[in-house]
Design a protein. Structure first.
Length: 337
């Protein structure tokens, strides 16, 4: 008996779109049937690779009655309108982060989200990284006592172009937002945020009034604390680490090296390689597992996919961090809508 597959449409054929296309093509219960992108040549190349059809207009894909769900991997400025269109067409949605750069536009979607029977998942793929997920599970089991403090380090190999920075919404909404989601995932809703930002090395960040390095301290409503350390550059590769300090010990997640080969000589021993240079390589498994959880959502099975509310709360923490960095004050976070 051949198992039925969910027909999925993909909006966006850039690097994240290509990642999703690859994963859909390998999933036993999903099928990529269409790709939409205003750059029809880009969409066409990707569609040909995965035996799908290409369209320039997302509406054509969204209102296709044969498509069950839509993955939104287009620029952030398009997310709100595309989600609204999908809800109108009763299409299930997996949308890349952030939902939008403006919390008011996100909140304006709430009535439609709550009224719809369509499922919405947010693309916080790092929750599904096998190492992070294992730590989260073992903390829930209280294998080394109760969690007291979480530390996250995230440093990109290099800053993006100024053209990207000018529309990204700033480092807190663009980069740190993944860390904000992980913090909430581990320690729950946040009560207070304190943040510092610096312009140390990237002329592009200075040009657009953004930061290239930030430090954030957070306190949860349960009293637990977290720290986030971000930088737009790392000379030794993509730097992504975690420490969960608990009452009876700790868990750590180290960087992924680009090779398992080390060397030993009379001059010393150890590794002579850097870490992976791309988040797409570092979180390749996370993207794959994120899709699997989304398919479970489509099936009506228990799913741990991040929700629309998770996306909203991560954006609110990003806004609070920016306010704190600019004002030099601790910002209280009110979770009411």
């Amino acid at each position: 008996m051949v198992e039925a597959k969910f027909a999925i449409g993909l909006i966006g054929s850039g690097r994240i779109g290509r990642q999703h296309a690859k994963n859909i093509s390998k999933h036993p219960r999903a099928e990529l049937v269409a790709i939409a992108d205003p750059d029809i040549s880009s969409a066409g190349l990707l569609a040909t690779r995965f035996d799908a059809r290409a369209v320039a207009e997302p509406r054509e894909l969204i209102h296709d009655k044969d498509i069950d769900a839509v993955i939104v991997a287009s620029p952030t400025s398009t997310h709100v309108d595309l989600i609204a269109e999908c809800l109108e067409a009763n299409k299930h949605i997996l949308c890349e982060k952030p939902i939008d750069l403006d919390i008011d536009r996100v909140d304006a979607l709430w009535p439609e989200v709550e009224a719809s029977e369509a499922h919405i998942a947010l693309g916080f793929n790092q929750r599904f990284d096998p190492a992070f997920s294992e730590v989260h599970t073992r903390i829930r089991r209280q294998e080394v006592g109760t969690l007291e403090h979480l530390s996250l380090i995230s440093r990109d190999p290099g800053p993006p172009p100024v053209e990207y920075l000018s529309t990204s919404g700033g480092i807190f909404r663009d980069m740190t937002i993944h860390d904000f989601d992980l913090v909430r995932h581990f320690i729950g809703d946040i009560d207070e945020v304190s943040a510092f930002g610096a312009q140390l090395f990237d002329p592009g960040a200075r040009e657009v009034g953004d930061y290239d390095s930030v430090t954030v301290s957070l306190k949860s409503k349960s009293g637990r604390t977290a720290n986030i350390f971000n930088s737009r550059h790392s000379p030794f590769g993509y730097d992504q680490r975690l420490e969960a300090f608990c009452s009876d010990g700790n868990f750590t997640v180290s960087n992924m090296e680009s090779s398992l080969v080390g060397q030993s000589t009379a001059r010393g021993t150890g590794s002579r390689v850097g870490f992976e240079e791309s988040f797409l390589v570092r979180f390749d498994d996370a993207y794959r597992l994120e899709l699997d959880e989304f398919v479970k959502l489509l099936e009506g099975s228990d799913s741990t996919s991040p929700t629309f509310e998770d996306g909203r709360e991560a954006l609110r923490l990003a806004d609070a961090a920016l306010e704190s960095a600019q004002s030099g004050k601790v910002v209280s976070v009110n979770t009411s809508r």
